[in-house]
Design a protein around this ligand. Sequence first.
Ligand code: MV4
Length: 490
Amino acid sequence: MKKILIANRGEIAIRVMKTAQKMGIKTVAVYSEADRGAPHVRFANEAVLLGPAPSSESYLVMEKVIQAAKDTGADAIHPGYGFLSENAKFAQLVEDAGIVFIGPKPHAIQVMGNKLAAKEAVRDYNIPMVPGIEEAITDVALAEKVALEIGFPILIKASAGGGGKGMRIVENIQELPEQMERAISEAKAAFGDGSVFIEKYVGSPRHIEIQILADTHGNIVHLFERECSVQRRHQKVVEEAPSVVLTPEIRKTMGEAAIKVAKACDYVGAGTVEFLLDENKKFYFLEMNTRLQVEHPVTELISGIDLVEQQIKVARGEKLAFTQEDLSITGHALEVRVYAEDPLENFTPSIGKLSVYKLPTGEGIRVDNGFEEGMEVPIYYDPMLSKLITYGKNREEAIQLMIKAIDHYKVEGIATTLPFGKFVCEHEAFRSGNFDTHFVKNYYSPDQLKKQYTEERKIAALVGLQLYLKNQKTVKAPLKISSNWDKRNK
Ligand code: MV4
């Protein structure tokens, strides 16, 4: 493998290129008209213009991406996350073109892209799943029977959905017919597939996912968990590894369950198995993400494994160079996603120019960034600017370092979610580890954030006053000295 085309933009394109560079592999960037001046274009050895700004005319056009690889002689394509990364047809087209797709086989993408197909695939592997039905349901009478069996509240989920899209909580039997009808028509409209199924609703779960890595020789390992419970409307905000709630025993059984899920779909490469963990620390398989995830850096830091390097090695047909026993957790890592969104204005996208953009640096601080000072934030794509990641000996150290790093991250011209990240890191529920997927809903409001600003201003004023008083004292001293000096020189 001599040259990799990265079918993505922003921080993840640069992240992948860095590892390719380290491995002595050349890189090809692709870009849209809106991204002509983007850092990922300059970071690559070569770059190919795909088309107009909208991703539907550039980053999502499979034929253009594959043609760009052919034109530049790239022998592999890394899809990053989002865009074409979980498109089975794209993976197939890449393979058909004689190019290596750095990711799983189309079959695994296809199976895991459909929740019911995923449940069916793992059926014989003894994986804990939330009580419910494993087939698409259209008949209201049957739904009522199932719901009464498993008990309310229940959750209706779209089979083609994922990441929380197309879900509906149903509290009682009276609501069921109407909610089901709505769920079906929504699923049809959103995914072109009206299949829905029913699960018992787990009220206060934590979202914990396991990173796995599989080679083409049948070896599969897990790289422990990431805790992703702090999210807002299915958008993760803060992630960490390890999770404060997992005991070594649960970690081991969850890890083994994740490996079985990977086996069930003949998985190859880096993937993530999502679980819910309920208040009794029982875990349930939710879905599998067949790509490198945004939050992969926290796993890299605690495991010491470069996941992109492993993806490339697996794609080259190499055997994993380590076994499960070789892997262990060292330290604690946190990630705060930095979005160009205003936390005081209901997280609406904040558009404009990054008139000031300065990243924090230092030991234990990693910033996976895709932007630079003077750039406009394009409105066409995901508004994530970067990921701020800290690593410490323990959780407290990682949190303290994160708060410091947020303070040293200077952005002017647009609003970002950095203050929101700090709010989370300073919150008692987060610090104690006693939180679930309802953290943001339960504790966050713009007023809370404003209160934090006011507190900070008060402290800043007090520090300022103290400095002023101290300076008055020190100002007196040199005056004396200078008068002495004066005398001596007279
Ligand atoms: C659930 C659930 C409760 N009970 N399933 C949301 C994303 C998708 N992967 C599955 N999700 C959920 N499935 C049952 N049976 C609660 C969620 C859920 C959630 C899961 C992970 C992270 C954040 C979440 C926020 C709301 C709901």
